[in-house]
Design a protein around this ligand. Structure first.
Ligand SMILES: N[C@@H](CCC(=O)N[C@@H](CS)C(=O)NCC(=O)O)C(=O)O
Length: 219
């Protein structure tokens, strides 16, 4: 078994971004394999690679790990700073990360990640469920940030909750979702992180043939 992290098209693959951030922050020495996504779960090549037929997927020193949150947890065994040290803060961080992993489906549906799109709001009004998801995310961030020394959700380190929300930050920039106060400062800190900048640059460098019309024409 090789040491590798398999991810999808960087322009669109929000779950891949989470796995990649965890692996990079933990400093795992793995080869990166990017699979061109067909969209809508139609990337048949993935079925022969990962047990859930999805990316991200990690092989590391004999371990096989799939599901982004499991990859975060695996990386945190190697780099414990990926979770807050304090037990009570860690309990909250785990809950926040799990809430993002399991939820906010309406937001994800209405604002799919597209790193080629910057600052263009959806012309079609967002449905109530998406608006309510955005408000819930901002409330959750505000709650964490009110207890955090900043700039991230649980202090100075980029931890798993920040990883889980990183694609949401990209989406808020792409679709020009207005933020203010602590949430806006947090968004800017996440966008300024060197790994976020690297992912964005690499997404823009992908071949134009990889672009999916559905996401590029969303209005
Ligand atoms: N719950 C999974 C979701 C993974 C997922 O949906 N990945 C998408 C890419 S963002 C995928 O592999 N899609 C396959 C496809 O589009 O064919 C996780 O947390 O890793």
């Amino acid at each position: 078994m090789s040491n590798r992290l398999v991810i999808g098209t960087k322009r669109y693959s929000s779950w891949s971004l989470r796995g990649w951030l965890a692996v990079r922050l933990a400093g795992l020495d793995v080869a990166e394999e990017v699979v061109r996504l067909a969209g809508g779960g139609q990337t048949t090549a993935l079925r022969a690679i990962s047990p859930n037929g999805l990316v991200p997927y990690l092989e590391h020193d004999g371990a096989r790990v799939w599901e982004s949150l499991a990859i975060c947890d695996y990386c945190a065994e190697i780099a414990p700073g990926l979770w807050p040290e304090d037990r009570i803060a860690r309990a909250m961080a785990r809950s926040v990360a799990a809430q993002m992993h399991a939820g906010f489906a309406a937001l994800r549906r209405a604002l799919p990640m597209n790193e080629g799109r910057i600052g263009r709001a959806r012309a079609t009004p967002l449905d109530d469920a998406a608006v309510s998801d955005i408000a819930a995310v901002v409330a959750l961030w505000d709650d964490c940030l009110s207890r955090s020394s900043g700039p991230f959700l649980f202090g100075a380190q980029f931890t798993v909750p920040d990883i889980m929300f990183a694609p949401v930050v990209f989406r808020f920039r792409s679709y020009d979702v207005a933020l203010s106060g602590k949430a806006a400062v947090y968004r800017d800190a996440v966008l300024a992180h060197p790994l976020m900048r690297q992912w964005h640059a690499e997404a823009l460098a992908e071949p134009a043939e990889w672009h999916l019309e559905h996401y590029e024409t969303l209005d």
